[in-house]
Design a protein around this ligand. Structure first.
Ligand SMILES: *[C@@H]1O[C@H](CO)[C@@H](O)[C@H](O)[C@H]1NC(C)=O
Ligand SMILES: *[C@@H]1O[C@H](CO)[C@@H](O)[C@H](O)[C@H]1NC(C)=O
Length: 344
Protein backbone atom coordinates (compact mmCIF):
# COMPACT_ATOMS: atom_id res chain seq x y z
CA UNK A 1 0.00 0.00 0.00
CA UNK A 2 1.26 3.49 -0.77
CA UNK A 3 2.54 5.25 2.31
CA UNK A 4 0.32 8.32 2.23
CA UNK A 5 -2.74 6.12 1.78
CA UNK A 6 -1.66 3.90 4.65
CA UNK A 7 -0.96 6.81 6.99
CA UNK A 8 -4.10 8.68 5.96
CA UNK A 9 -6.24 5.62 6.60
CA UNK A 10 -4.58 5.04 9.98
CA UNK A 11 -4.97 8.67 11.02
CA UNK A 12 -8.55 8.94 9.79
CA UNK A 13 -9.40 5.75 11.65
CA UNK A 14 -8.40 7.60 14.82
CA UNK A 15 -10.50 10.61 13.80
CA UNK A 16 -7.48 12.87 13.76
CA UNK A 17 -5.65 14.37 10.83
CA UNK A 18 -2.70 16.66 11.27
CA UNK A 19 -2.54 19.57 8.85
CA UNK A 20 0.73 18.32 7.38
CA UNK A 21 2.90 15.23 7.78
CA UNK A 22 6.20 15.12 5.95
CA UNK A 23 7.42 11.56 6.16
CA UNK A 24 10.57 10.68 4.26
CA UNK A 25 13.51 8.31 4.18
CA UNK A 26 17.14 9.30 4.67
CA UNK A 27 20.05 6.96 3.92
CA UNK A 28 22.99 6.56 6.26
CA UNK A 29 25.65 9.20 5.64
CA UNK A 30 28.09 7.80 8.21
CA UNK A 31 28.42 5.68 11.36
CA UNK A 32 31.14 7.00 13.63
CA UNK A 33 32.13 8.34 17.04
CA UNK A 34 31.34 12.03 16.52
CA UNK A 35 28.72 14.24 18.20
CA UNK A 36 28.79 17.86 17.00
CA UNK A 37 25.81 18.72 19.27
CA UNK A 38 26.85 17.36 22.69
CA UNK A 39 30.63 17.08 22.18
CA UNK A 40 31.43 19.70 19.53
CA UNK A 41 34.99 19.45 18.27
CA UNK A 42 35.72 16.18 20.06
CA UNK A 43 37.29 13.57 17.80
CA UNK A 44 36.36 11.00 18.86
CA UNK A 45 33.23 11.67 20.94
CA UNK A 46 32.35 9.21 23.74
CA UNK A 47 29.97 6.93 21.79
CA UNK A 48 29.08 5.85 18.26
CA UNK A 49 26.23 7.44 16.29
CA UNK A 50 24.43 6.65 13.08
CA UNK A 51 23.91 9.81 11.09
CA UNK A 52 21.72 10.83 8.15
CA UNK A 53 21.24 14.06 6.18
CA UNK A 54 23.58 16.74 4.85
CA UNK A 55 27.31 16.61 4.22
CA UNK A 56 28.17 19.44 6.64
CA UNK A 57 28.29 16.71 9.33
CA UNK A 58 31.66 16.78 11.07
CA UNK A 59 33.12 16.85 14.60
CA UNK A 60 32.17 20.54 14.64
CA UNK A 61 29.27 22.10 12.73
CA UNK A 62 29.45 25.90 12.98
CA UNK A 63 26.22 27.34 14.38
CA UNK A 64 25.46 29.26 11.22
CA UNK A 65 23.11 28.47 8.34
CA UNK A 66 23.89 24.79 7.78
CA UNK A 67 22.06 24.86 4.44
CA UNK A 68 24.94 27.03 3.20
CA UNK A 69 27.62 24.73 4.64
CA UNK A 70 26.32 21.52 3.07
CA UNK A 71 25.73 20.92 -0.61
CA UNK A 72 24.09 17.50 -0.66
CA UNK A 73 21.88 15.31 1.53
CA UNK A 74 21.01 11.63 1.87
CA UNK A 75 17.33 12.54 2.38
CA UNK A 76 14.45 12.56 -0.11
CA UNK A 77 14.00 16.33 -0.05
CA UNK A 78 17.12 17.93 -1.52
CA UNK A 79 16.51 21.25 0.29
CA UNK A 80 16.89 19.47 3.64
CA UNK A 81 20.57 19.72 4.56
CA UNK A 82 19.83 19.02 8.25
CA UNK A 83 21.56 16.28 10.25
CA UNK A 84 19.70 13.71 12.28
CA UNK A 85 21.45 11.11 14.44
CA UNK A 86 21.00 8.56 17.22
CA UNK A 87 23.15 6.21 19.26
CA UNK A 88 23.75 2.83 17.64
CA UNK A 89 22.45 -0.51 18.75
CA UNK A 90 24.90 -3.35 19.39
CA UNK A 91 24.32 -7.04 20.04
CA UNK A 92 26.31 -8.48 22.94
CA UNK A 93 26.90 -12.18 22.33
CA UNK A 94 27.14 -14.71 25.15
CA UNK A 95 30.94 -14.77 24.66
CA UNK A 96 31.03 -11.06 25.52
CA UNK A 97 31.80 -9.60 22.07
CA UNK A 98 29.74 -6.88 20.39
CA UNK A 99 28.41 -6.62 16.85
CA UNK A 100 26.68 -3.56 15.44
CA UNK A 101 23.00 -4.10 14.59
CA UNK A 102 22.12 -2.79 11.14
CA UNK A 103 19.05 -0.78 10.25
CA UNK A 104 16.19 -1.70 7.96
CA UNK A 105 15.62 1.39 5.80
CA UNK A 106 12.33 3.21 5.40
CA UNK A 107 9.96 0.32 4.87
CA UNK A 108 8.51 1.70 1.64
CA UNK A 109 11.91 1.03 0.06
CA UNK A 110 12.58 3.75 -2.45
CA UNK A 111 16.29 2.91 -2.50
CA UNK A 112 17.34 4.13 0.95
CA UNK A 113 20.43 2.51 2.48
CA UNK A 114 20.12 2.00 6.26
CA UNK A 115 19.37 5.30 7.94
CA UNK A 116 15.97 6.26 9.25
CA UNK A 117 12.61 7.80 8.46
CA UNK A 118 12.09 11.43 9.47
CA UNK A 119 8.71 13.02 10.16
CA UNK A 120 7.69 16.66 10.53
CA UNK A 121 4.08 16.99 11.64
CA UNK A 122 1.98 20.16 11.68
CA UNK A 123 -0.55 20.96 14.39
CA UNK A 124 -3.49 18.55 14.72
CA UNK A 125 -5.88 21.43 15.53
CA UNK A 126 -4.88 23.32 12.38
CA UNK A 127 -3.11 26.07 14.32
CA UNK A 128 0.11 27.61 13.05
CA UNK A 129 3.47 26.00 13.71
CA UNK A 130 6.72 27.92 13.27
CA UNK A 131 9.57 26.16 11.51
CA UNK A 132 13.04 26.08 13.09
CA UNK A 133 15.51 28.90 12.36
CA UNK A 134 19.03 28.64 10.89
CA UNK A 135 21.44 27.60 13.65
CA UNK A 136 18.71 25.77 15.61
CA UNK A 137 19.64 22.44 17.22
CA UNK A 138 18.25 20.23 19.99
CA UNK A 139 18.43 16.89 21.76
CA UNK A 140 15.54 14.57 22.68
CA UNK A 141 15.96 12.06 25.48
CA UNK A 142 18.82 11.60 27.92
CA UNK A 143 21.71 9.24 27.18
CA UNK A 144 22.26 8.79 30.96
CA UNK A 145 18.67 7.73 31.77
CA UNK A 146 18.48 4.12 32.97
CA UNK A 147 14.99 3.90 34.55
CA UNK A 148 11.43 5.02 33.86
CA UNK A 149 10.74 8.73 34.28
CA UNK A 150 12.41 11.75 32.74
CA UNK A 151 11.40 12.34 29.17
CA UNK A 152 9.72 8.94 29.05
CA UNK A 153 6.74 10.37 30.93
CA UNK A 154 5.54 12.00 27.67
CA UNK A 155 5.70 8.66 25.88
CA UNK A 156 7.94 10.55 23.49
CA UNK A 157 10.49 7.81 23.12
CA UNK A 158 9.70 4.11 22.84
CA UNK A 159 10.36 0.81 21.13
CA UNK A 160 8.01 -1.38 19.15
CA UNK A 161 8.67 -5.11 19.03
CA UNK A 162 7.74 -6.14 15.48
CA UNK A 163 6.44 -9.57 14.79
CA UNK A 164 6.87 -10.58 11.16
CA UNK A 165 3.17 -10.17 10.60
CA UNK A 166 2.67 -6.55 11.61
CA UNK A 167 5.86 -5.17 10.13
CA UNK A 168 4.76 -2.79 7.39
CA UNK A 169 1.12 -2.85 8.34
CA UNK A 170 1.00 -1.73 11.94
CA UNK A 171 -1.01 1.22 13.17
CA UNK A 172 0.51 4.67 13.06
CA UNK A 173 0.34 5.74 16.69
CA UNK A 174 3.76 4.96 18.15
CA UNK A 175 4.17 4.33 21.89
CA UNK A 176 0.40 3.85 22.28
CA UNK A 177 -0.03 0.08 22.05
CA UNK A 178 1.17 -1.67 25.22
CA UNK A 179 0.99 -5.08 23.54
CA UNK A 180 3.96 -4.15 21.33
CA UNK A 181 5.32 -0.80 22.60
CA UNK A 182 7.67 -0.31 25.57
CA UNK A 183 10.00 2.35 26.90
CA UNK A 184 12.55 -0.27 27.94
CA UNK A 185 14.14 -2.56 25.38
CA UNK A 186 11.80 -5.51 24.69
CA UNK A 187 12.77 -8.46 26.84
CA UNK A 188 12.04 -11.01 24.13
CA UNK A 189 12.89 -11.86 20.55
CA UNK A 190 11.20 -9.65 17.95
CA UNK A 191 11.03 -11.55 14.63
CA UNK A 192 10.52 -8.38 12.55
CA UNK A 193 13.14 -6.26 14.34
CA UNK A 194 12.80 -3.48 16.91
CA UNK A 195 11.59 0.00 16.01
CA UNK A 196 12.78 3.10 17.84
CA UNK A 197 10.50 6.15 17.88
CA UNK A 198 11.89 9.49 19.09
CA UNK A 199 9.56 12.47 19.27
CA UNK A 200 11.24 15.82 19.89
CA UNK A 201 9.92 18.70 22.02
CA UNK A 202 7.38 20.89 20.18
CA UNK A 203 7.52 24.19 22.08
CA UNK A 204 10.32 26.79 21.80
CA UNK A 205 11.32 29.78 23.94
CA UNK A 206 11.38 31.84 20.73
CA UNK A 207 14.86 33.20 21.47
CA UNK A 208 17.61 30.63 21.87
CA UNK A 209 18.79 28.46 18.98
CA UNK A 210 20.45 26.07 21.47
CA UNK A 211 21.07 25.83 25.23
CA UNK A 212 23.89 24.36 27.32
CA UNK A 213 22.01 21.07 27.83
CA UNK A 214 20.53 21.28 24.28
CA UNK A 215 17.03 20.80 25.73
CA UNK A 216 16.08 23.75 27.95
CA UNK A 217 15.35 26.15 25.04
CA UNK A 218 12.56 23.73 24.05
CA UNK A 219 9.79 21.93 25.92
CA UNK A 220 7.15 19.28 25.58
CA UNK A 221 3.55 20.62 25.94
CA UNK A 222 2.52 22.02 29.35
CA UNK A 223 -0.33 19.50 29.51
CA UNK A 224 -1.37 16.66 27.27
CA UNK A 225 0.59 15.82 24.14
CA UNK A 226 1.27 17.31 20.73
CA UNK A 227 -1.13 14.73 19.25
CA UNK A 228 -4.03 15.97 21.36
CA UNK A 229 -3.04 19.63 20.86
CA UNK A 230 -1.80 20.22 24.41
CA UNK A 231 -0.78 23.88 24.92
CA UNK A 232 2.81 25.09 25.08
CA UNK A 233 3.99 26.45 28.46
CA UNK A 234 4.24 30.27 28.81
CA UNK A 235 8.04 29.94 29.07
CA UNK A 236 8.14 28.24 25.65
CA UNK A 237 5.19 29.75 23.78
CA UNK A 238 6.22 29.10 20.15
CA UNK A 239 4.68 25.94 18.71
CA UNK A 240 7.11 24.02 16.51
CA UNK A 241 6.42 21.25 14.02
CA UNK A 242 6.85 17.86 15.69
CA UNK A 243 10.12 16.25 14.60
CA UNK A 244 10.08 12.47 14.92
CA UNK A 245 12.66 9.80 14.08
CA UNK A 246 11.80 6.23 13.21
CA UNK A 247 14.70 3.77 13.21
CA UNK A 248 14.18 0.06 12.59
CA UNK A 249 16.94 -2.06 14.06
CA UNK A 250 17.48 -5.32 12.19
CA UNK A 251 17.74 -7.49 15.29
CA UNK A 252 16.28 -10.65 13.72
CA UNK A 253 19.67 -12.05 12.53
CA UNK A 254 20.65 -12.18 16.25
CA UNK A 255 17.58 -14.12 17.36
CA UNK A 256 19.54 -17.23 18.27
CA UNK A 257 18.83 -18.48 21.81
CA UNK A 258 22.27 -20.10 22.04
CA UNK A 259 23.90 -16.63 21.75
CA UNK A 260 21.51 -14.84 24.16
CA UNK A 261 22.40 -14.48 27.86
CA UNK A 262 21.86 -17.67 29.81
CA UNK A 263 19.95 -15.74 32.53
CA UNK A 264 17.10 -14.90 30.11
CA UNK A 265 17.90 -11.18 29.84
CA UNK A 266 17.92 -9.44 26.45
CA UNK A 267 21.25 -8.92 24.62
CA UNK A 268 20.93 -5.51 22.93
CA UNK A 269 22.79 -2.46 24.16
CA UNK A 270 23.07 1.12 22.94
CA UNK A 271 26.47 2.53 22.08
CA UNK A 272 26.55 4.66 25.26
CA UNK A 273 26.52 1.45 27.30
CA UNK A 274 22.76 1.42 27.92
CA UNK A 275 21.18 -2.05 27.96
CA UNK A 276 17.91 -0.76 29.46
CA UNK A 277 16.78 1.36 26.49
CA UNK A 278 15.71 4.25 28.74
CA UNK A 279 18.74 6.20 27.52
CA UNK A 280 17.61 6.31 23.88
CA UNK A 281 18.12 9.78 22.45
CA UNK A 282 18.11 11.69 19.19
CA UNK A 283 20.06 14.72 17.98
CA UNK A 284 19.00 17.37 15.49
CA UNK A 285 20.83 20.15 13.68
CA UNK A 286 18.39 22.13 11.51
CA UNK A 287 19.56 22.79 7.97
CA UNK A 288 16.62 23.34 5.60
CA UNK A 289 17.14 25.91 2.88
CA UNK A 290 15.37 29.25 3.34
CA UNK A 291 11.69 28.84 4.11
CA UNK A 292 11.36 25.39 2.47
CA UNK A 293 10.22 23.58 5.63
CA UNK A 294 7.72 26.29 6.59
CA UNK A 295 6.36 26.32 3.02
CA UNK A 296 5.91 22.54 2.99
CA UNK A 297 4.02 22.55 6.28
CA UNK A 298 1.89 25.53 5.28
CA UNK A 299 1.10 23.73 2.00
CA UNK A 300 -0.24 20.74 4.00
CA UNK A 301 2.17 18.30 2.39
CA UNK A 302 1.74 14.62 3.23
CA UNK A 303 4.27 11.80 2.96
CA UNK A 304 7.36 11.96 0.79
CA UNK A 305 5.95 13.95 -2.09
CA UNK A 306 5.34 17.68 -1.83
CA UNK A 307 4.90 20.13 -4.67
CA UNK A 308 6.33 22.87 -2.47
CA UNK A 309 9.65 20.98 -2.22
CA UNK A 310 12.33 19.63 -4.54
CA UNK A 311 12.86 15.88 -4.31
CA UNK A 312 15.77 13.76 -5.45
CA UNK A 313 16.09 10.06 -6.26
CA UNK A 314 17.96 7.80 -3.88
CA UNK A 315 20.40 7.05 -6.67
CA UNK A 316 21.43 10.71 -6.24
CA UNK A 317 20.97 10.90 -2.46
CA UNK A 318 23.14 7.83 -1.87
CA UNK A 319 26.11 9.57 -3.56
CA UNK A 320 26.19 12.19 -0.81
CA UNK A 321 29.01 11.34 1.59
CA UNK A 322 31.27 12.73 4.28
CA UNK A 323 34.86 11.61 4.87
CA UNK A 324 35.37 9.26 7.81
CA UNK A 325 37.10 11.29 10.54
CA UNK A 326 37.51 8.62 13.24
CA UNK A 327 39.71 5.73 12.20
CA UNK A 328 38.40 2.80 14.21
CA UNK A 329 36.34 -0.33 13.66
CA UNK A 330 32.75 0.16 14.75
CA UNK A 331 31.38 -2.95 13.02
CA UNK A 332 32.72 -5.79 15.21
CA UNK A 333 32.92 -8.45 16.49
CA UNK A 334 34.39 -6.05 19.05
CA UNK A 335 35.75 -6.88 22.50
CA UNK A 336 34.24 -3.65 23.86
CA UNK A 337 31.90 -0.91 22.68
CA UNK A 338 33.84 1.77 20.77
CA UNK A 339 35.01 4.27 23.39
CA UNK A 340 34.82 1.67 26.19
CA UNK A 341 32.03 -0.42 27.59
CA UNK A 342 30.58 2.47 29.55
CA UNK A 343 30.51 4.39 26.28
CA UNK A 344 30.07 7.72 28.07
C1 LIG B 1 30.42 20.25 -1.67
O1 LIG B 1 30.90 20.07 -0.37
C2 LIG B 1 32.10 19.34 -0.30
C3 LIG B 1 32.37 19.07 1.15
O2 LIG B 1 32.18 20.21 1.95
C4 LIG B 1 33.20 20.12 -0.99
O3 LIG B 1 34.40 19.40 -0.96
C5 LIG B 1 32.79 20.35 -2.43
O4 LIG B 1 33.75 21.15 -3.08
C6 LIG B 1 31.43 21.00 -2.50
N1 LIG B 1 31.01 21.04 -3.88
C7 LIG B 1 30.43 22.11 -4.43
C8 LIG B 1 30.04 21.94 -5.85
O5 LIG B 1 30.22 23.13 -3.81
C1 LIG C 1 31.75 -14.63 19.80
O1 LIG C 1 30.52 -15.08 19.27
C2 LIG C 1 30.21 -14.62 17.97
C3 LIG C 1 28.81 -15.11 17.61
O2 LIG C 1 28.77 -16.49 17.60
C4 LIG C 1 31.27 -15.07 17.00
O3 LIG C 1 30.99 -14.62 15.69
C5 LIG C 1 32.62 -14.54 17.44
O4 LIG C 1 33.63 -14.99 16.58
C6 LIG C 1 32.91 -14.98 18.87
N1 LIG C 1 34.11 -14.31 19.31
C7 LIG C 1 35.01 -14.91 20.10
C8 LIG C 1 36.22 -14.11 20.47
O5 LIG C 1 34.87 -16.06 20.50
Amino acid sequence: MHLSKLSTVALLARGIQAAAVLRFGCSQIIVERLDPLVNPGDNPSPHVHQVVGGNAFSALIPQSDVSELANCTTCTFSEDLSNYWTANMYFKARNGTYKRVGQIPNRFLNGEMGGMTVYYTGAYDGSKVTAFKPGFRMLAGDPLQRAAGGVTKWNAICFRCYNAKNFGGDNYAPCADPSVDSVALPNKMCPGGIRTTIRFPTCWDGKNLDSPDHTSHVSYPATGTFENSGPCPSTHPVKLPQLMFEVIWDTAPFNDKSLWPADGSQPFVFSQGDDTGYGQHGDYVFGWKGSALQNAIDAGCFGATCRALKTQTFAAANKCAVPKEVKEDVEGWLTELPGGSMGM
